[in-house]
Design a protein. Sequence first.
Length: 136
Amino acid sequence: DSLVHHGHHFGWAVHAFCNTQTLLTNTIVLMSEGASDNEESLTAIERKEYSIFRELLCMVPGLEARLMISLEEEVMSIGEHIQKGVNGARADDTKGMKSAIIDWITPKGQSLNPHIPRNVKTERGFNHECTGALLC
């Protein structure tokens, strides 16, 4: 799905922790009230949200037109698809980070003692001497 794909890119490049349904709902309301035409009248949060929304519109061809003709349920569905991509981007980032952290904390030419398996979570965090020290 192209919305999931674009959402994935949006999550990497713009906002990894965005709630896209809230973003779409709030900015569509702002646009319908005409508040988006006069950004000085917006609060700092609304301006930031509207700026993020404009970046999303630039990334997804035809999104603005699609949103303007969609019913509320369709807007929610669009938001869900984009959110699925954003969530996937965040999961990819954290998944790749776990192995990179193990590589980073392991001294060159040595191994950690005790060894941290890459696929077992119970040996990580505060449960391991090396990672526990870094977390404190």
